[in-house]
Ligand binder design. Structure first.
Ligand SMILES: N[C@@H](CCC(=O)N[C@@H](CS)C(=O)NCC(=O)O)C(=O)O
Length: 205
């Protein structure tokens, strides 16, 4: 059995959980809920970075969402998250890098606002993260995210990144300037993999 160290509000952990559903790995996946911010409960030697997600029970303890998705692709006999054909492969990997970068910037923004004492927050840092998000969204809006685009590493990551913006940075109002991405997400969010992994309402990270 595979075990996934995860937190319910982590967009990276959700990316892995959606990927697990889409590749059919979810039936072998045990979810282990951890709190990465609790100093009294360190994640242990298999998670030296103190981050989620981490996959245990495979060939190695695998840290990080992209590496875990790569492992799913290597063992899945169904959907492949990264296509083999070169043009499709590089398109998916390039779009994935942008969607993943949106997640990185959004999580940095949330940590700054929620974890750092208010009197030590750095407004320029928050603005810098927002600028990365807005520019990456503009680039992705110009790409071909048609509602019928197949599930792959880029779509899984983008779906989780946009849903995280809705959950954690609603003040950005990202749909306004990105109607194609908004239409695409409305469709993608109907997938059982997205429905089964919805972010909970509580505030914990
Ligand atoms: N590159 C990693 C990033 C994982 C990450 O930033 N996870 C956050 C939760 S969303 C975390 O564990 N933060 C705690 C920390 O960085 O100390 C991935 O793709 O999984």
């Amino acid at each position: 059995m595979l075990r996934l160290l995860y937190a319910p509000l982590s967009p990276f952990a959700r990316k892995v959980r959606v990927a697990a559903f889409e590749t059919g790995i979810d039936v072998q996946l045990d979810l282990v809920h951890v709190d990465v911010w609790n100093p009294d409960q360190p994640l242990g030697p298999d998670a030296p970075l103190g981050q989620v997600p981490v996959l245990l029970g495979g060939p190695e303890a695998l840290p990080g969402s992209t590496l875990i998705c790569d492992y799913f692709d290597s063992v899945s006999t169904g959907v492949k998250l990264v296509p083999a054909e070169p043009a499709a492969r590089w398109r998916v990997l390039a779009d994935h890098a942008l969607a993943d970068g949106i997640m990185v910037a959004a999580v940095a923004h949330v940590v700054e606002r929620i974890r750092r004492p208010a009197d030590r927050q750095w407004p320029q840092w928050l603005a810098r993260q927002e600028s990365k998000i807005v520019q990456a969204l503009a680039r992705l809006e110009a790409r071909e995210f048609a509602p019928d685009r197949p599930v792959d590493l880029s779509t899984v990551t983008l779906g989780c990144a946009l849903a995280y913006l809705d959950r954690r940075l609603p003040h950005l109002g990202w749909r306004h300037a990105h109607p194609r991405l908004a239409r695409w997400l409305a469709e993608f969010e109907q997938r059982p993999s997205m429905q089964m992994t919805r972010f909970p309402e509580e505030k914990a990270a």
